[in-house]
Design a protein around this ligand. Structure first.
Ligand SMILES: [Zn+2]
Length: 277
């Protein structure tokens, strides 16, 4: 999070600092979280933190402060929706990430599914149709599972496949609202750029969203240790601009997902936010 804030602050250059306003959000409320997660699951997460932390699965570990961090991150995603509706765009710097989290299970560093909490919040504000575009290198299995039976939300994900977490087959269509783009590593970057936009076009055929959320993972950039895609920060700028043009006047709100090389994470977030701003 510090790397992203540094990249968007002084490290973003004068053209970014002059147009980006930094705001703090309030933690998500219990009611906002329970739109997405089971009450017993939330109680269990809070309990693990209160006991000093512990491992939830092989790669998802909580410390004493993880519950506070998780509800803060979900609150940031909610706050980004509020600001995005008012301003046309916003970006939520969320840690921990969220797109692997299921209704009642933590996975892959994710405790609370920030982007789905944000989508449900947007719907309470009258943004009935929400498009989620996920360009993290991993499939957002949690997001898909939480929305795949609800036609009011469409989910487009491009991800390395087969790869963690193993889900995200092209044949998964939900109720016609899931658009998966599984791709092998090492393809020319232009292929990934083109194929994600083609899936967005399919999702927008005969349907226009009231709000767009981007699950903005920067582990799809070339050089990330957890992925094999070949994208460059300029591609995130291009995607963001194309997305805004296609859905205007719907607000576009980015929510941070993965990204495991700090310099790339900062550069990717800067490229995305530059195009949002
Ligand atoms: Zn990821």
């Amino acid at each position: 999070m510090a790397a992203v804030l540094a990249a968007l602050g002084g490290g973003g250059g004068p053209e970014l600092t002059s147009v980006v306003e930094f705001l703090e959000a309030r933690p998500a409320t219990r009611a906002q979280l329970e739109r997405v997660h089971a009450a017993r699951y939330l109680d269990a997460l809070e309990g693990v933190a209160r006991m000093g932390g512990g491992a939830l699965d092989a790669d998802t570990v909580m410390s004493r402060d993880s519950w506070d961090a998780a509800i803060a991150a979900a609150g940031v995603a909610i706050g980004a929706v509020d600001e995005g509706i008012g301003r046309g765009s916003a970006f939520g710097v969320t840690r921990p990430p969220g797109h692997h989290a299921l209704a009642d299970r933590a996975m892959g560093f994710c405790l609370i599914n920030n982007v789905v909490v944000a989508a449900r919040h947007a719907q309470t504000l009258g943004k009935a149709r929400v498009l989620i575009v996920d360009w993290d290198v991993h499939h957002g299995n949690g997001t898909q599972a939480l929305v795949e039976r609800d036609p009011s939300i469409r989910y487009v994900s491009m991800h390395q496949y087969p790869w963690y977490p193993g889900t995200g087959a092209e044949g998964d269509r939900g109720v016609g609202n899931v658009f998966n783009v599984p791709r092998p590593p090492g393809l020319p970057r232009a292929t990934y750029v083109r194929d994600l936009l083609a899936a967005v076009e399919r999702a927008l055929t005969g349907w226009s969203p009231d709000l767009v959320l981007v699950s903005a993972g920067f582990d799809s950039l070339s050089g990330d240790p957890l992925g094999g895609f070949t994208l460059e920060p300029d591609d995130m700028t291009h995607w963001t601009k194309e997305l805004r043009a296609r859905v205007a006047p719907a607000p576009v709100v980015g929510v941070l997902e993965g990204g495991y090389r700090l310099d790339l994470l900062g550069a990717g977030a800067r490229a995305h936010v530059r195009a949002l701003a």
